[in-house]
Design a binder for this molecule. Structure first.
Ligand SMILES: [Zn+2]
Length: 386
């Protein structure tokens, strides 16, 4: 492609999934309406800290009698445990990750509410467990969660200590010296056996990542194990947060959630990935959309489609889509550092309904009768008018 197009794509990619006020809306007037309430204020205390997360997960394992099986899948760079919680024994596997960006908490809270339900004694939960295996990684970026940063906590020197071949390489483009740390959601590669090579640095948003961080390595190893066990990791869901003032294109209504199944412009650009299945991703997103319609007086129905002009092979979603997972991005309105806490309950509930609906539709296989073209009818996300 022409250089100018490439540059535009890279610039677009840098802003995508960033979700932060600073990165996505530098020139945007911030509306002060009650809908979007973007008063500054660190409300990190509204969410579980690492000690509380650990305690809650252990308690869920205990109260479900081990039906929800909690394991440590790795340690963060600062030495905190990274957990997985597995429930069900069906042949279809759904991998769900939350908080790869440390300041995006709502998905973790939703998982802590959903896991005991999935592991419960109701006939519905038992039937669900017959048909699906759910593997959740609540708060992958445990250091960023504790430090209230988007990035993990790791210096370039620490990377070089782990990978001496990078001694003369330029630091990766997604590294922030001021943190110091990495946007871990650019550290993925569809080749799970990739070994970092100096000529691949600093890289770009339109290229693949490297598995430099212990956080991405933990997910890579978990994913590889599930591939060995199931053949394909059928679904991969990544729970994020975005700027809280976006609206529905056309109506101007506030949108509390954006979703997407598109992260790769052209899979052939990255080699031969025969299991790449965009229609499966589109069906999964429609299942989420449908689950959130008709919910009384809530605005849950006003979810939108995240920008579709993306090419992000270094994200977990992009890399795992290439390997054949149906992929769903959740971008819930609001981030820790920019918002008050008043909407937390509602925003968490919204994820529970959307993700729960997806899991239900996979478990009863109603997802297979969804027309992937319905995805195109989901309204687009837009900036509010001044
Ligand atoms: Zn994010």
């Amino acid at each position: 492609m022409p250089l100018s197009t490439k540059k535009t794509l890279a610039a677009t990619g840098a802003a995508l999934l960033a979700g932060s006020l600073l990165l996505t809306a530098p020139a945007q007037a911030t509306p002060g309406n009650a809908h979007c309430g973007d008063e500054a204020g660190n409300n990190n205390n509204a969410f579980v800290n690492h000690a509380q997360l650990t305690k809650k997960l252990n308690k869920i394992e205990q109260t479900t009698g081990g039906t929800v099986d909690v394991e440590v899948i790795g340690q963060s760079n600062q030495g905190r445990d990274i957990f997985s919680a597995r429930v069900g024994h069906g042949d279809t596997v759904i991998l769900v990750e939350s908080q790869i960006h440390g300041n995006e908490n709502h998905g973790t809270e939703a998982l802590l509410n959903l896991l005991p339900q999935w592991g419960g004694n109701t006939p519905a939960a038992k039937a669900l467990r017959e048909n699906v295996t759910i593997v959740a990684v609540p708060r992958l970026n445990v250091d960023g969660g504790e430090n209230d940063t988007r990035q993990n906590a790791m210096s370039w020197d620490e990377v070089v200590a782990d990978f001496p071949q990078l001694a003369d390489a330029e630091p990766a483009w997604n590294y922030r010296d001021s943190v110091p740390g990495f946007d871990t959601n650019r550290d993925f590669n569809p080749d799970l056996d990739y070994v970092p090579a100096p000529e691949d640095f600093p890289g770009t948003s339109a290229g693949t990542g490297w598995y430099l961080t212990p956080e991405s390595q933990s997910v890579r190893d978990l994913y590889a194990g599930l591939e060995d066990e199931f053949g394909t990791v059928d679904y991969f869901v990544d729970l994020h947060n975005q700027w809280n003032c976006y609206v529905v294109e056309g109506t101007g209504e506030h949108t509390p959630l954006s979703i997407s199944g598109k992260f790769i412009a052209d899979p052939s650009e990255f080699g031969d990935w025969p299991k790449f299945d965009y229609d499966a991703s589109r069906r999964a997103n429609v299942a989420v959309y449908d689950a959130l319609q008709g919910r009384g007086n809530s605005d849950f129905g006003d979810l939108t489609l995240y920008p579709q002009d993306t090419n992000l092979p270094g994200t977990a979603l992009g890399s795992f889509a290439l390997r054949g997972s149906a992929t769903v991005l959740f971008e819930t309105s609001s981030q820790t550092q920019y918002d008050g806490s008043k909407g937390n309950g509602k925003l968490t509930k919204q994820i529970e309904i959307g993700l729960g609906g997806l899991v239900d539709s996979v478990a009863d296989d109603s997802i297979s009768s969804i027309d992937p073209e319905d995805y195109q009818a989901i309204p687009n996300r837009a900036y509010p008018e001044d």
